[in-house]
Design a protein around this ligand. Structure first.
Ligand code: R5P
Length: 284
């Protein structure tokens, strides 16, 4: 049975359809003071797959997820997997400075405390390779969207050259025969990108896991154009836009392609079928 969280209703419906399962929506609302209300007044049959992304507003969606999991627990449901298309705090998977928290681990701890025994993610920032992995003690499977994104770019522009903007995306680049550049973050909004770019007269796809402020993507697109690229295409999995990212991207890119992990006007490819397939790895 699929339980569809408020953050990912459309994706949950598609996943349920792909699996030939029933999808149950939870009732939700936000109280005037900002608190979260969740209700699930249906008979639940185990095993259950909860689909809930943790995109902005991350903390609200996290509260919704935890409340859904606790509701299932109160109903005696013990076999639970989660599909978390966008896993928040994924860039805080390590303690970089003393006194900090690796918040990505905190989320996993919460999931574990509520009986979650398998997690499916998509282009998780610290696990960009497709396949099984250990999510801080929970068996997990990460789905990669790179091929779908690049296929879409080819559909729009024909032959393309793929470039990823930083070493963290090396696995993404490898999966689609792309080349990786090197990035140095100067501030939260500004980055410096270096590396060889032989793109004169080519249609260039800049491939990344996410766009937040747009600093990385816009810098790479402009660099490609400055080096003579014919078209500069932004392709990324998660449209986790912050501030002016959308406007900045629109001005810099000839086309913008993203997935439906976070719905936007650029959600041109769906990862639903891949996420559905990945749930079959769960040994409930
Ligand atoms: C960084 O390692 C990521 O892969 C993205 O490049 C980065 O998070 C994008 O952030 P922004 O849009 O703020 O540059």
């Amino acid at each position: 049975m699929i339980v569809s969280g408020p953050a990912s209703a459309e994706l949950a419906r598609k996943i349920a359809k792909a699996l030939g399962q029933e999808s149950i929506e939870v009732e939700n609302k936000t109280f005037p003071d900002g608190e979260t209300y969740i209700r699930l007044d249906k008979e639940i049959k185990e095993p259950v797959i909860v689909v809930q992304g943790l995109q902005n507003p991350q903390n609200d969606h996290l509260a919704e997820l935890i409340f859904i999991l606790d509701l299932l627990d109160r109903k005696g449901v013990k076999k639970i997997a989660c599909v978390i298309p966008y896993y928040a705090y994924a860039r805080q998977d390590k303690i970089f400075k003393p006194g900090e928290l690796d918040s990505a681990r905190t989320i996993a701890k919460l999931l574990k405390a509520f009986n979650v025994s398998f997690v499916v993610t998509c282009d998780l920032h610290f696990q960009r390779k497709e396949g099984k992995f250990d999510l801080f003690g929970i068996p997990a499977y990460n789905v990669a969207a790179s091929e779908l994104l690049v296929e879409k770019a080819k559909e729009e522009f024909g032959a393309v050259t793929v470039i990823t903007p930083d070493l963290g995306s090396t696995e993404q680049a490898k999966a689609v025969g792309g080349k990786t550049l090197s990035k140095k973050r100067l501030t939260s909004f500004e980055v410096d990108i270096s590396g060889e770019m032989d793109v004169k007269g080519k249609n260039v796809v800049i491939l990344d896991d996410m766009v937040t402020t747009g600093g990385t993507m816009v810098k790479a697109l402009n660099l490609a154009k400055a080096k003579g690229a014919t078209k500069a295409i932004a392709a990324f999995t998660h449209a986790a836009f912050a501030g002016e990212a959308n406007q900045k991207l629109k001005a810099a890119a000839d086309s913008i392609i993203t997935t439906d992990t976070i719905l936007s006007e650029y959600s041109k490819v769906s990862v639903a079928a891949k996420l559905a397939e990945a749930t079959k790895k769960w040994k409930s």
